[in-house]
Design a protein around this ligand. Structure first.
Ligand SMILES: [Cu+2]
Length: 119
């Protein structure tokens, strides 16, 4: 009987909701603020050639360049990334955890360059 009364008590649910609210809000904010930017590799060129993102955002490199292989990499003092060979149709995600300006290059096509500004 006491349990039933407790289960029907709306203040219990209000208390649980209030306790969980900060976690729900912070998760929601993280989801809402973290963005993904898709970069094409069509014609052996990154498009767009330059992108400005926020720390924690993802740059997704899409190999939409027919049957060509690409191989993106990034080298700086602060942050390194190497995709390995990117097969046709593949998508490579790079998350930028730090602020700065970074050059993403292709190991197969030296003329390919993507500049990423992370704010
Ligand atoms: Cu390439």
């Amino acid at each position: 009987m006491r349990l039933q009364r407790l289960v029907r008590d709306p203040t219990l649910y209000a208390a649980i909701f209030a306790a969980l609210l900060p976690f729900l809000l912070s998760a929601g904010v993280a989801l809402a603020t973290s963005k993904q930017y898709v970069i094409s590799q069509l014609g052996r060129a990154f498009t767009p050639v330059e992108v400005t993102i926020r720390r924690g955002d993802t740059v997704q490199i899409l190999n939409d360049d027919g049957d060509l292989l690409h191989h993106v990499y990034l080298e700086s003092n602060l942050f390194k990334f190497d995709s390995g060979d990117q097969g046709p149709g593949s998508r490579t995600n790079i998350v930028f955890p730090i602020v700065g300006t970074f050059a993403v290059l292709c190991a197969i096509h030296p003329k390919m360059k993507l500049t990423v500004h992370v704010k």
